[in-house]
Design a protein around this ligand. Structure first.
Ligand code: NAD
Length: 419
């Protein structure tokens, strides 16, 4: 077994590749076992023994704490650093420990600046919207900045008072409604942080020939942070992808200089030529539009907090978190951790009823990321077939017209036989 390496823009993936995995707490063991069995089968089927994944277990969460006394041992971090690409089940957030969240620690240490969440509907899955087949979105959520940077001070502390004095005495701020009972948080949004996220989103759209990239923001209210995100995103699209894209400010410029008809003509020509339309929308309008007219959106590039809300809303549109995949990626270093997006589901752990599809679809993303997409496509095709027959775990099957609830291991066997 060998390591993946990053050379320039490319990942070099050996045919026998080691992938470290964290099993995860709660339902983690069940979904990890299910996903690995299915992935191994798809790889054998497609590559006929020429390719293989060597799964290497690394510890984190409760399992790590029990055997090492440490929630996130250094060897685990080292394995992800060394092998570049890994996968993880859900982890319990330790209560009262020194570590706020294991997921955040992993993301920060490896600087995994993109949280990728593709959102796709499978025929047969119950949904709250009328035309779910129109939902096909790919969320690029910025993962390292914004109000999530963790810079905040609790009200009533000397730090909050000191920060208040700085704001009022040195910065002349007068707009804080209840200054002495306020907690404070800081929202850093940078040009580099925005550009690397938007660049990754546009490259993804180019590689998959997708129609548009939408910058989702609240720049109408937060002009310099979220407004900056929009402005820097558009500037990057024009500067680095001017030939392949049609950024909306170009439309506005033509409209101003030559009139609306000319702008519409230029837009139609760009669409005809297969250029990716780069547009923007205010986050609240976007959340409405995803329900009313989801067909207008393809790749979404957004800031950290917006991305958090958007990911869950879009997951709900296509069947809930049991089936939503995710990945945290640094496209510059190649580091990537694919993950189940739901939690440890302690209420159903060990009962053979958990839905393994979130981790399974994340494994499909992993296969695509390392260039083994054909194996991933086999898995997706088998899932489509199972769902259209009404075969699924009970969380999904109970809402299907022809639903047939299968246990986790029966569902896994069924997918394997369909592959
Ligand atoms: P949860 O996602 O674990 O569970 C919410 C509900 O959804 C539960 O009723 C659960 O049974 C159900 N559910 C979740 N995944 C399912 C699946 N695959 N199939 C069927 N049903 C499923 O969220 P929670 O209860 O808020 O969190 C439990 C623990 O997980 C906490 O310690 C939390 O910190 C942690 N957590 C971890 C991650 C992560 O590691 N990425 C994410 C969220 C929560």
């Amino acid at each position: 077994m060998d390591k993946i390496q990053k050379k320039g823009d490319r990942l070099i993936v050996p045919d026998r590749v080691t992938i470290p995995y964290i099993e995860g707490d709660g339902v983690g063991a069940e979904i990890t076992q299910a996903s690995q069995r299915i992935v191994n089968k798809a790889i054998r089927q497609v590559y006929d023994g020429k390719r293989e994944i060597g799964w290497k277990e690394v510890l984190a969460g409760e399992k790590a704490f029990r055997s090492t006394g440490n929630w996130l041992p250094e060897e685990t971090m080292e394995a992800f650093r060394t092998y570049l690409v890994g996968i993880k089940g859900p982890l319990t957030t330790p209560v009262g420990g020194g570590i706020r969240s294991l997921n955040v620690a992993l993301r920060q240490t490896l600087d995994l600046y993109v949280c990728l969440r593709p959102v796709q509907w499978f025929k047969g899955i119950a949904t709250p919207i009328k035309e779910p087949s129109k939902v096909d979105m790919h969320i690029f959520r910025e993962n390292t900045e914004d109000i999530y940077a963790g810079i905040e001070w609790q009200q009533g502390t000397p730090e909050a008072e000191k920060f208040l004095r700085f704001l009022t005495e040195e910065m002349g701020v007068t707009k804080i409604r209840f200054p002495h009972t306020s907690s404070f948080g800081v929202k850093p949004v940078s040009i580099e942080g925005t550009e690397r996220l938007v660049r990754a989103a546009i490259r993804y759209a180019v590689a998959r020939k997708l129609p548009s990239v939408t910058l989702v923001h609240k720049g109408n209210i937060m002009k310099f942070t979220e407004g900056g995100f929009k402005q820097w995103g558009y500037a990057l699209a024009e500067r680095e992808f001017g030939e392949q894209t049609f950024p909306w400010p170009r439309y506005e410029k033509i409209k101003k200089e030559q009139g609306e008809a000319a702008a519409k003509q230029a837009l139609a020509e760009a669409e005809q030529a297969g250029k990716i339309i780069i547009k923007d929308v205010i986050a609240d309008a976007f959340l409405q539009n995803t329900i009313l007219k989801p067909e207008e959106y393809s790749v979404i590039a957004t800031l950290n907090l917006n991305g958090d809300y958007i990911s869950d809303q879009l997951a709900a549109l296509v069947g809930g978190i049991g089936i939503a995949p995710g990945a945290n990626i640094n496209y510059q270093t190649g580091h990537a951790i694919f993950e189940a997006t739901h939690g440890t589901a302690p209420d159903i752990a060990g009962k053979n009823i958990v839905n393994p599809c979130s981790l399974l679809l994340s494994s499909v993303l992993l296969l695509e990321y390392i260039g083994w997409a054909e194996a991933g496509e086999r898995i997706t095709a088998a899932m489509k077939q199972a769902f259209s027959n009404g075969e699924a775990t009970s969380d999904l099957a109970r809402f299907m017209e022809n639903g047939n609830s299968l246990g986790t291991s029966q569902f896994t066997d069924r997918i394997i036989s369909l592959i």
